[in-house]
Design a protein around this ligand. Structure first.
Ligand SMILES: Nc1ncnc2c1ncn2[C@@H]1O[C@H](COP(=O)(O)OP(=O)(O)O)[C@@H](O)[C@H]1O
Ligand SMILES: [Mg+2]
Length: 454
């Protein structure tokens, strides 16, 4: 590769990134670098200060590193250009009249297989979407959630939020909503990956999985033995990535107030902090019954973090769930939906029981009976087993009252000290186990019935 070819290649990369060709000083820096000159010498030749040359150099190395996804500097610029020039896989322009494209082929519909070698004749930079959605569940029919989908799309695509927490009680439809969202917006990203977290998924493992995914998609060749992969944040900075972490509650300890990391998962805190605080162009969607405490306590619109606490389906969508079970037309459908908080999982479970046993649902509602099928108890048990002692005590106070209660009433019992009570109420709200309207707290009927069963 001769000097002219190397400069042409570098010019194309810089033009791709900045929309501007190399200026005279930048060209002089690159030419001098290729000829193994010092900055001092380049400055003398160009008749300018050494610091101007250094600044121009650092800016160039930053642009080239960003675009190539590897660290480029004065010491390896020549070899980086040579590798690029020789690389067929990465589809680099040999001929200066070709379009320049760094592993970023045009987006194409999912049914056309991704081809890393695909050529494009479009001179404008276009992007390919690399996706690993093998862990994203397919939950079947999906009804409505239009406002929530609009909100999430707005936060992610318009407001470019870096971290979004989707929270809500078990069965409310977090995973279903997120997978619907991903289907709608995945082509807006260069990389999309869905990971289901379990309690033994360490921060190192997660970073490894993500880095593997990004680096393999970026360069299908196995890395050279000495080539170190970039840190995760570099990928989030260089590319527009969407990472979905589902069941994030598995990272937190049982028997404590919500959102406290298990000791072996403390490192997640700094990972999320980086994603939250450092400048990048990607988005992390964290889904679960509990969210990290640092995220749950954020209440400012001025930072690029958002929380969506999901509540039940509206009546029309919930009716569709009942329709699937042949119960949409019953007189008391609306009351049934209300009793089960529009929770799609609760409704599916109860509707199956009603259908199987041929129960008259209206009679059930008249009697104030709350059916708790065994599969529903199992789901609730998983969430209740995570509660701290103090939260369990507070819930038992709620069971003594049939109406919503205020703080003063709860304190009257004298069984829980006021600071503990406040912390427990905050934690129970974050877990969506109690509801607050004005200054009144209440326990939903399904949970009340479940607790009373002990
Ligand atoms: N909008 C919806 N329309 C139809 N079914 C839904 C909807 N939301 C959730 N479901 C169903 O309810 C059940 C629980 O949903 P899921 O997303 O797994 O809840 P979560 O992740 O909050 O625990 C699943 O069977 C899912 O298919
Ligand atoms: Mg889920």
């Amino acid at each position: 590769m001769n000097l002219k070819e190397a400069l042409n290649l570098a010019d194309k990369i810089v033009f791709e990134k900045t929309g501007q060709h190399l200026d005279d000083l930048q060209e002089a820096v690159l030419k001098g670098t290729l000829e193994r000159e010092t900055y001092k010498h380049i400055a003398k030749e160009f008749d300018c200060s050494e610091s101007s040359v250094r600044n121009a150099g650092s800016e160039l190395w930053r642009i080239l590193s960003d675009e190539l996804g590897e660290d480029v500097s004065k010491t390896n610029f020549r070899s980086a250009m040579k590798r690029l020039h020789n690389s067929n896989v990465l589809n680099f322009a040999h001929n200066v009249s070709d379009s320049f494209n760094i592993c970023r082929e045009p987006r194409h519909p999912p049914d056309i297989p991704n081809s890393p070698n695909q050529q494009t004749s479009n001179p404008k930079q276009t992007k390919i979407s690399h996706q690993d959605l093998s862990e994203m569940p397919d939950l079947g029919n999906f009804f409505d959630r239009t406002p929530q989908l609009d909100t999430l799309r707005n936060w992610i695509l318009q407001q470019r939020c870096r971290l979004i927490a989707l929270t809500g009680i078990s069965g409310i439809g977090k995973t279903a909503l997120a997978s619907q969202l991903v289907r709608q917006i995945k082509e807006e990203f260069e990389y999309v990956i869905w990971c289901n977290l379990n309690a033994s998924y360490t921060p190192d493992e997660l970073q490894h999985t993500l880095i593997q995914f990004f680096s393999r998609s970026h360069n299908p060749d196995p890395p050279a033995p000495k080539q170190k992969p970039l840190p995760l944040i570099k990928y989030l900075q260089n590319y527009r990535c969407l990472i979905i972490l589902d069941d994030i509650h598995n990272l937190f300890i049982s028997g404590e107030l919500a959102g406290k990391y298990r000791s072996e998962h403390e490192e997640y805190r700094s990972l999320f902090k980086q994603i939250e605080n450092l400048s990048h162009q990607s988005c992390l969607l964290s889904i679960g019954w509990e969210q990290p405490r640092e995220i749950s306590s954020i209440d400012s619109q001025n930072i690029p973090i958002r929380i969506l606490q999901l509540s039940g389906l509206d009546t029309a969508a919930a009716r569709e769930i009942l329709r699937d079970k042949g119960l949409a037309e019953i007189d008391c459908a609306e009351a049934l939906i209300h009793r089960y908080q529009g929770n799609p999982l609760y409704l599916k479970s109860v509707a199956s029981l009603i259908q199987e046993l041929g129960i008259n649902a209206s009679e059930l509602l008249l009697n104030d009976t709350v059916l708790l099928p065994e599969d529903l108890k199992d789901v609730l048990q998983q969430q209740f087993s995570r509660l701290s002692e103090i939260e369990k005590q507070v819930l038992s106070l709620f069971c003594r009252e049939s109406e919503p209660v205020n703080l003063a009433k709860l304190l009257e019992y004298g069984t829980v000290r006021s600071p503990d009570l406040l912390n427990a109420l905050q934690s129970l709200s974050r877990r969506c186990l109690i509801e607050k309207t004005g200054n009144l707290y209440c326990l939903p009927p399904v949970l009340r019935q479940y607790i009373k069963g002990f």
